[in-house]
Design a protein around this ligand. Structure first.
Ligand SMILES: O=C(CO)[C@H](O)[C@H](O)COP(=O)(O)O
Ligand SMILES: [Fe+2]
Length: 221
């Protein structure tokens, strides 16, 4: 299905979001980290800012909701025009019902797992989702080190997707850089969130293309 790069704006300059969005024109998505200070110990932005980002960038939005009660709040992100809405398995009361609501509202539905959450209970539900987001750091902050211990989970997820004949994307989020993207791609990830790596680079778009090249090389596409 091809490699997708979804830069996270978490560590960009929030005082100049329009300028920061313009730097990543060569990306496939804009990854927007919504944190509520309950599910994770950090507070970022919510629906009004997501709506403003949607108006300021032609790229599709990839919303990563690190919030409690996604069953109650997530559909509004689909209705606001996010192309993809991902909620955490640990916070959702009824993940299948919520995924169906997101799809009915016209968004792709994603389910995210913290590093310590096993993928196995969700494998029989894969057809309900367009994407599985495997966190490769503890959610809450950008700039953390990639957890190599997540590589077997990425492989098991990819194997399950393939053996079920599904077209579910496997997204990795946290610590993705030129140093780590190849290992994640080799394990089977095909959507890569990169925050610090992209926004710390002198040329964000060139960094996106470098990351894309390394991922393609690693998975032989
Ligand atoms: O969901 C996240 C944190 O919870 C961010 O998307 C992620 O950390 C991206 O930043 P970086 O590439 O710097 O790790
Ligand atoms: Fe994220």
């Amino acid at each position: 299905m091809g490699i997708l790069i979804s830069p996270s704006i978490l560590n960009s300059d929030f005082a100049d979001l329009r300028g920061e969005l313009a730097k990543i024109a060569g990306a496939d998505y804009v990854h927007v980290d919504v944190m509520d200070n309950h599910f994770v110990p950090n507070l970022t932005l919510g629906l009004p800012v997501v709506e403003a980002i949607r108006g300021a960038s032609p790229l599709p939005l990839d919303a990563h909701l690190m919030i409690e009660q996604p069953d109650r709040w997530a559909p509004a992100y689909a209705e606001a025009g996010c192309a993809s809405v991902t909620f955490h398995a640990e916070a959702a009361a009824a993940p299948v019902r919520l995924a169906r609501e997101l799809r009915a509202a016209g968004a792709k539905a994603g389910i995210a797992l913290r590093p310590a959450t096993a993928i196995e209970p969700y494998l029989d539900l894969l057809a309900e989702f367009d994407m599985v987001l495997l966190m490769t750091v503890e959610p809450g902050f950008g700039g953390q080190a990639f957890l190599d211990a997540m590589l077997p989970k990425i492989s098991r997820t990819r194997q399950a997707v393939e053996s079920a004949g599904l077209e579910v994307r496997v997204q990795v989020d946290g610590g993705i850089s030129r140093e780590t993207i190849g290992r994640a791609a080799e394990a089977g990830a095909d959507v890569f969130v990169a925050g610090s790596a992209v926004y710390k680079a002198d040329d964000a778009d060139a960094e996106i293309q470098a990351l894309r090249g390394l991922a393609e090389q690693a998975c032989g596409s």
